[in-house]
Design a protein around this ligand. Structure first.
Ligand code: BTN
Length: 243
């Protein structure tokens, strides 16, 4: 499979989308040393300075209905959590749906973008941002309390190529299992074993407004189940959550 490397890109997701539209095969990886307009979820920017992070996008072509795209992001979260725990020797946790945190601070985010035709996935671009060699003091003020890096956790710099290898090694078998037989149900236990959301009081910021309560479980489709303060249960399909 090819790995496309560029010193600087606006966003690796954008180049990956273009390449996917032009027929690049499943497994193509686009990596940049720096992004000038790295994108986060919900229209946010993603801090992507040079020489210090892993800014990469994977092109995937699962033959699945559109509704499965969110689950692939959960698969990537399990792989990343395992990979970053391995790389640092410190246990990372998944915050639903797919942020990877150390000690309550985010070191990695996932932005999946897709192209669908007639309700079937044509291709997916799974964008992965990992803060690797960023000293804690180098994060902008507004990120200080919410972001961290592998270097800050490990206490020393890490070789980014090694981390990329570890991530791809963890992702491939989980993705194959997901696509070939299991669906998310086959990975649900692994997701749960790595998660730091379930059992806690949370606020889910959804398009329909904020919902407060306890995070109870994640179902076989990757949907979060909450118990609201009035005792009613609510399914959360998409949200940002705060504790
Ligand atoms: C988030 O948590 O908000 C998602 C962040 C995703 C960032 C990565 S970096 C590589 C890829 N290219 C982008 O522009 N964004 C993703």
């Amino acid at each position: 499979q090819s790995i496309i490397y560029r010193e600087s890109l606006d966003s690796t997701n954008t180049l990956a989308q273009q390449m996917a539209n032009q027929g690049a095969p499943e497994g193509t990886v686009v990596i940049a040393d720096e992004q000038t307009s790295g994108r986060g979820r919900r229209g946010r920017q993603w801090f992507s300075p040079p020489h210090s992070g892993i800014w990469m996008s994977l092109i995937l072509r699962p033959e699945l209905p559109l509704a499965h795209a969110a689950q692939i992001t959960l698969v990537a979260a399990v792989a990343l959590c395992q990979a970053l725990s391995r790389a640092t020797g410190v246990k990372a946790g998944i915050k639903w749906p797919n942020d990877i945190l150390f000690n309550g601070k985010k070191c990695c985010g996932i932005l999946t973008e897709m192209h669908a035709e007639f309700d079937q996935i044509h291709h997916l671009v799974v964008g992965i941002g990992i803060n690797v060699n960023i000293p804690q003091a180098d994060f902008p003020d507004e990120l200080q309390s919410i972001a961290t890096s592998l270097q800050a956790i490990r206490g020393e710099k890490l070789a980014r190529a090694e981390v990329v290898r570890t991530v791809l090694e963890e992702f491939e078998p989980l993705y194959r299992r997901y696509v070939n037989n299991g669906g998310f149900g086959s990975l649900r236990d692994a997701w749960k074993a790595n998660n730091i959301t379930l059992g806690n009081r949370i606020v889910a910021h959804t398009a329909r407004g904020d919902i407060e309560g306890k995070a109870l479980d994640i179902d076989e489709f990757g949907v979060l189940l909450m118990e609201k303060d009035n005792g009613e249960q609510e399914k959360i399909y998409s949200a940002d959550i705060t504790v």
